[in-house]
Design a protein around this ligand. Structure first.
Ligand code: SF4
Length: 290
């Protein structure tokens, strides 16, 4: 396959066929995000996507999963997105699910009826970058969404049978908002009822607005121990009422955690506390490139 620009996908879609149905991100404004810097946003036409699907059919005899890229493909209007799901299903009848990155606002702009149609046409999971449960952190990083938006979007998707995989970024509040970021993130995890939660750790990319805040002293990043403190607080507040698979196995994380909330919460908390006194439980510093 030939792709346009940089292509990103969730780690769990590593073996999926990736088809770009949009280019870039419709928001492209989060202060920490280097993904589509300098790139405009564009929705690809039906014929262009069809050509990619047909080409992929020739190249790949068995496609179990498809990921529709780029940054928030679900921003497409339902009347444009639905035919793409139907085409994917027709061309790859063996495909078990199609997934996308979505912003909360993408989901909230669609009615329940529309989301149900997308689910029935093959939309099998949505990946949402919540980043923080704190409204102040979201405001400062220019997420242009509120915690209430995100919670409502996740609840609606889950209620309609579309599992949500939601990521948060440890350290995103810096030292100043560390406590608020951790407590509110834990509360959001408990309340929103997502099937999956991923915890990443902030890595500040050169050229982003956040890197300028760092250079000019407006943002103080957390130490490794502070990230662990934050993780402990997130877990303490993440009092989930339904099963939520939690992972912190992204390349940005020094401590790898895997479990299901609420059952594994005490074990995960013990792992965090052990890592605080025993650095050998952490991935080496160089692993995440700092
Ligand atoms: S919504 Fe996602 S892809 Fe778009 S700028 Fe923010 S973090 Fe980056």
């Amino acid at each position: 396959m030939k792709y346009q620009g940089a292509v990103y996908r969730p780690p769990s879609e590593a073996r999926s066929l990736i088809i770009q149905v949009t280019l870039g991100c419709s928001h492209n404004g989060c202060s920490f995000c280097p993904m589509y810097a300098g790139e405009g946003f564009k929705t690809r036409g039906f014929d262009e996507v069809m050509a990619d699907l047909k080409k992929a059919r020739v190249e790949y005899p068995h496609v179990r999963r498809i990921f529709f890229a780029d940054g928030d493909a679900l921003c497409m209007k339902t009347e444009k997105f639905l035919p793409l799901l139907e085409a994917a299903k027709a061309i790859f009848p063996e495909c078990e699910r199609v997934s996308v990155y979505a912003r909360a606002e993408n989901l909230l702009s669609k009615t329940d009826e529309e989301l149900k149609m997308l689910k029935d046409a093959g939309l099998g999971i949505v990946y949402i970058g919540a980043e923080s449960g704190s409204g102040e952190v979201l405001r400062r990083v220019n997420k242009r969404e509120t915690p209430e938006d995100i919670i409502l979007a996740v609840k609606r998707a889950e209620a309609l049978g579309i599992p949500a995989s939601v990521t948060f970024i440890s350290g995103l509040g810096g030292k100043e908002l560390m406590r608020e970021h951790a407590e509110e993130t834990g509360r959001m995890i408990a309340e929103m009822g997502a099937s999956y939660v991923g915890l990443l750790t902030l890595m500040i990319s050169p050229g982003t607005p956040l890197s300028i805040d760092l250079a000019e002293g407006r943002f103080q990043p957390l130490s490794t121990h502070e990230v662990l403190d934050e993780l402990e607080t997130i877990l303490k507040y993440a009092d989930c009422k339904k099963d939520c698979v939690l992972r912190s196995n992204h390349n940005s994380n020094r401590l790898v955690l895997a479990g299901t909330l609420p059952h594994d919460r005490e074990r995960l908390l013990a792992q965090v506390r052990q890592a605080r006194v025993d650095e050998s439980r952490l991935r080496p510093r160089g692993f995440r490139g700092y």
